[in-house]
Write a protein that binds this ligand. Structure first.
Ligand code: NAP
Length: 270
């Protein structure tokens, strides 16, 4: 699927328990209408995600499939990146992915050593687009210098409690996608009073308000994780929720900056 058609609401698939569930959950998600699935080598579920895709009725060309490699724990050195890319495709059971992200610019990450393997994989068709995740503006600048391929997407934590204005503006200026991870603040959005009030006004839920706010921004997409058919449907239906200017202003006035994913090795902690 072309990058311009990236579905603004995708399925996140990280959970550190019961990885086998993703076969059923991905199949259910595709059944209810999701066409963007996000996984990663470190989630240790690519095999199950791939089985869910294979079990569904959706054609591969109608699906936007994203995964990630290069993380503090893997692979052991930059020369291992080409094999790591092949490993992702093998576990997913596909010939190509629509988007491959550098998962974290930490550990082995060195732009000059890692990114040429991503360009090679674009050239030979194993990956359609290059993405970056958890980068700072300075690291994005460096990656854009080193890469031949355009940066198609940057994936970061983004939700009403962490609004990331600088990275949103960067994505709009350079016209790449900003993909919001933990877009429900790992479930915390349901307890935010402003979001509850806006939800009540629209006969919606706080989760839907958060996702509608994100997906209405230029260049922004979101990948909530959900396990049940009800949550999957509820989140996808957020695309039909239209917030008005007053709602948006109230969300943007939320005075709280809270990261839920903040490891010591994150570039903003160095
Ligand atoms: P999230 O999507 O913000 O929140 C997931 C939590 O919200 C789960 O407990 C889920 O419960 C619950 N939930 C889902 N829909 C709901 C609804 N409609 N109402 C109330 N609760 C709801 O958090 P996340 O899993 O951290 O982030 C999403 C995805 O982003 C991950 O799965 C992963 O793919 C990606 N991610 C990427 C990075 C990175 O470094 N690039 C880091 C973190 C996450 P149920 O499961 O019970 O539905």
């Amino acid at each position: 699927m072309p990058i311009d058609d990236l579905p603004r609401l995708g399925l996140g698939t990280y959970s550190d328990a019961d990885r086998e569930q993703w076969t059923d959950t991905v199949e259910t998600a595709l059944d209810v209408g999701y066409r963007h699935v996000d996984t990663a080598q470190v989630y240790e579920n690519e095999r199950y995600v791939g089985e869910g895709i294979a079990a569904s009725d959706v054609d591969r060309d109608d699906l936007f499939l994203a995964t990630k490699t290069v993380h503090i724990d893997l692979p052991p050195e930059p020369s291992g990146v080409p094999d790591a890319i092949d490993g992702c495709l093998d576990r997913l059971g596909v010939d190509y992915v629509d988007l491959l992200y550098v998962h974290w610019p930490s550990g082995l990450y060195d732009a000059e050593a890692v990114l040429p393997a991503f360009d090679d994989a674009v050239d030979d068709g194993r990956i359609r687009n290059v993405g970056l995740s958890n980068f700072t503006p300075e690291l994005l600048d460096e990656a854009r210098e080193v890469l031949d391929a355009p940066v198609a997407a940057h994936q970061v934590e983004l939700h009403p409690l962490l609004q990331q204005d600088e990275l949103v503006e960067y994505a709009q200026r350079h016209d790449h996608w900003l993909v919001a991870y933990s877009p429900l603040a790992q479930g915390e959005v349901v307890d935010v009073p402003v979001l509850r009030e806006i939800a009540d006004k629209h006969d919606a839920t706080p989760a839907q308000v958060s996702l509608a706010w994100l997906s209405s921004k230029d260049n922004v997409a979101a990948i909530p994780k959900a396990s049940s058919r009800d949550h999957l449907r509820e989140n996808l239906a957020a695309l039909d929720l239209e917030l008005d200017d007053e709602d948006v202003a109230r969300i943007e006035a939320i005075d709280r900056e809270q990261r839920f994913v903040d490891p010591d090795h994150a570039p903003w902690n160095r």
